[in-house]
Structure formats: structure tokens, C-alpha cells
Design a protein around this ligand. Structure first.
Ligand SMILES: [Zn+2]
Length: 357
């Protein structure tokens, strides 16, 4: 996960970015996103607050008349029973993957962790009987994506499950993002025996996320327009406390505990978000940001998909809004909650299975 949203100059002319951070809410934001956005950001925030208050006042009249601020609480799914085989995702295996991936230090440029990680991931996927393709996007050793797939029977339009394998220079990156890579590997293990799906299921391990989504951006040239993706970006950390971006605090109360998984979509990708949330058995925070706040989520590999007009869902524990080890040398395997991660990966497997039918 990038510390700051990628600058608009390197992302094309997608949108103006304000000084940035990630994360925020659900229904309120969906409503707000459809309102005209005032030109200046402070006006926009004021309008958002006013709209929120109006909404609450209506809600209050409908109920008991008590005034209370609308809290942003992670939602437990009302329906989470799946008509698909329940994947046996193993927390123990996830831990073993994270330990192996972090054992050789940071996965940055020409450091030894890079080759070790690429070798480990290739070996794991190959041992499952999957053919691993190297998608090279530069001449340096580290400028590679690893791609493996279960070929679909009737459609080229793949469903992709993705995570970046690289780290910043100083961190072994257990949560950021060995957790995501471990999730992809473990999902591949349980999906590899899937009956021939209608759509191809593709597993993507991207390089270059920390330098501005280089790998996932290059990947866009290899895929069809209808390809959609789920991006794991830090899925392993839970904490007693949770923060949200300052700029959203005027009209949202932060959930107090960092025990939910955030599902960030744009409007186009809302279907992915709805499906994923339905398949979760832990609290989730589905977010669709209005245009004026979207920049806070522009920090991972879903961005090139959105830029290319493709559907993509960001699945994240919210990075530095929860994890005190973010981008530090102490982002280590012993700081993760593997049962939590296993729940996230299970929901992803169910979602991918459903989408690939
Ligand atoms: Zn990062």
C-alpha cells in the first residue's frame, strides 16, 4: 500500500488529488456520490455534513425521537450462506506462507528477498499444477508480475485475484503485503480443483506496487475489457483501535475496533463489493467514495483497473489507519491475525467461484 495516493501526473489525467489518506462509509457515501459536488472541497464537506444531518433527522422522526450521531459501524452480513462448496482455507498455511515470504527481508529492487519471494511463489503455484507465466514490464529482476490461471470453458473474460509481492526498502512486509500474497496462494490451492469454470480464474502477483502500481498498470495491456479483479492489499492485521482519515471525520464516526475488513469499490465495481460482503462471516466496511473523497483510496493495485474502466474491488485492513507496523521493520509475521485473514480469503474464494460460474 502506498503511503500517499499516486500523483495524478503519473496516473494520467484521471482526477485532481487533494493531500490524501484512505477509507470511509457505505450508504451515506453512495447517496452523497450522486449529489452535485461543490467546486471547493470545504464546501463539499459542508454539504456532505448537512446532507447527513438531514438524513439523520428524518431517521430520528421515524424512530424514537432520540438524537444520535450516525455511527460508521462495520456491518455483519445478514446473509452469508453460500450455495458453493466451502473452501477449506487454512490459517496455518497462511502463516507458513507469510513466514516464508518474509524470511529473506524486504522484497525491494535487488535485495535478496525479491528472488526468494519470486522463487517461493512460483514453486508453490507450480506444485499445485498451475503453469506460472512471468509478465515482465522492465529489464530489472524485480520488474515482474507472476501470473497463473485456471482456464475457463466459455469465456476469455477472467476473474482475477491479485496481490502485490513487493515491499518498501526497510520492511519485511508481513501485512504489506505478504498477507495478500499468502491469500492468493492459499486461494489458488483450494480453487485449483474447481470444476471447469465458465470464466478463467487468474492469480496475479504484482511487482512495483510500492513504486506506483507499475506491475498492475502494465498488466492492463494483457487482459480483456471485461476482466474484473479482487485486490488483496494488507489483509492480516487486527487491532484494538481504528482511525479514519481526518477529512472524513466531520460526518463519520470511526469504528472503534480494527476488527473489520474494508471493501472499497467505485460505482462501477459495486457488484463485486456486494457479493464479497455477502460471503463474509466477519465484520466488513463496504465503501464507495464520492468523487471529492475518492483520492483517499487511490493507494493500491485496483487503481489501474479503475483507470482502465474495469471493475476492481480493494480488500484491505486499512493499512496505516490500523497497523502501527506499516512500512516499518517490525511489520513481521508474528503481528498478524491469521484467523481473520483466513476469513477474508474464504470470502474471496466464494466470490471468485460465484463470478466464474
Ligand atoms: Zn505499502
Amino acid at each position: 500500500m502506498l503511503l500517499r495516493p499516486c500523483a495524478p501526473t503519473s496516473r494520467g489525467s484521471r482526477r485532481r488529488l487533494v493531500s490524501g489518506l484512505p477509507l470511509p462509509s457505505t450508504a451515506t457515501f453512495v447517496r452523497l456520490a450522486r449529489r452535485p459536488v461543490p467546486r471547493r472541497r470545504d464546501q463539499a464537506l459542508r454539504a456532505a455534513s448537512t446532507a447527513n444531518v438531514r438524513h439523520e433527522q428524518r431517521a430520528i422522526r421515524r424512530t424514537d425521537g432520540r438524537i444520535r450521531k450516525r455511527a460508521m459501524r462495520p456491518a455483519f452480513p445478514a446473509v452469508a450462506r453460500i450455495p458453493y462448496p466451502v473452501a477449506m482455507i487454512s490459517a496455518k498455511r497462511l502463516r507458513a506462507h507469510v513466514e516464508a515470504l518474509t524470511a529473506h527481508g524486504p522484497r525491494f529492487e535487488d535485495l535478496p528477498g525479491v528472488a526468494a519471494c519470486l522463487r517461493y511463489s512460483t514453486d508453490q503455484l507450480s506444485a499445485m499444477g498451475l503453469k506460472v507465466r512471468v509478465e515482465r514490464y522492465g529489464s530489472e529482476l524485480h520488474q515482474v508480475n507472476l501470473v497463473a490461471e485456471i482456464e475457463g470453458g466459455t469465456s476469455d473474460d477472467a476473474v482475477e485475484l491479485c496481490a502485490h509481492w513487493d515491499t518498501v526498502e526497510v520492511s519485511p512486509g508481513a501485512d504489506d503485503n505478504a498477507s495478500g500474497v499468502a491469500g492468493v496462494l492459499e486461494a489458488a490451492r483450494v480453487l485449483r480443483d474447481a470444476d471447469l469454470p465458465a470464466r478463467t480464474i487468474r492469480f496475479c502477483l504484482f511487482g512495483g506496487e510500492e513504486s506506483g502500481f507499475d506491475g498492475s498498470a502494465a498488466h492492463q495491456a494483457f487482459i480483456t475489457a471485461q476482466t474484473e479483479s479482487i485486490v488483496f492489499e494488507m489483509i492480516g492485521h487486527t487491532a484494538a483501535h481504528q482511525r479514519i482519515p481526518d477529512e472524513l471525520s466531520d460526518f463519520l464516526e470511526a469504528p472503534e475496533r480494527g476488527d473489520f475488513i474494508a471493501l472499497v469499490a467505485d460505482e462501477r465495481s459495486q457488484d463485486l463489493q456486494t457479493r464479497f460482503a455477502r460471503h463474509l462471516e466477519i465484520p466488513s466496511l463496504p465503501l464507495i467514495l464520492p468523487a471529492f473523497a475518492e483520492h483517499v483510496a487511490m493507494r493500491s493495485d485496483h487503481v489501474p483497473y479503475w483507470d482502465a474502466g474495469r471493475r476492481s474491488l480493494l480488500v484491505t485492513d486499512t493499512a496505516d489507519y490500523r497497523n502501527a507496523h506499516y512500512h516499518r521493520a517490525d511489520d513481521t509475521a508474528d503481528t498478524l491475525d491469521y484467523e481473520f485473514a483466513a476469513n477474508v480469503v474464504t470470502a474471496a474464494v466464494r466470490t471468485v467461484t460465484e463470478l466464474a460460474q
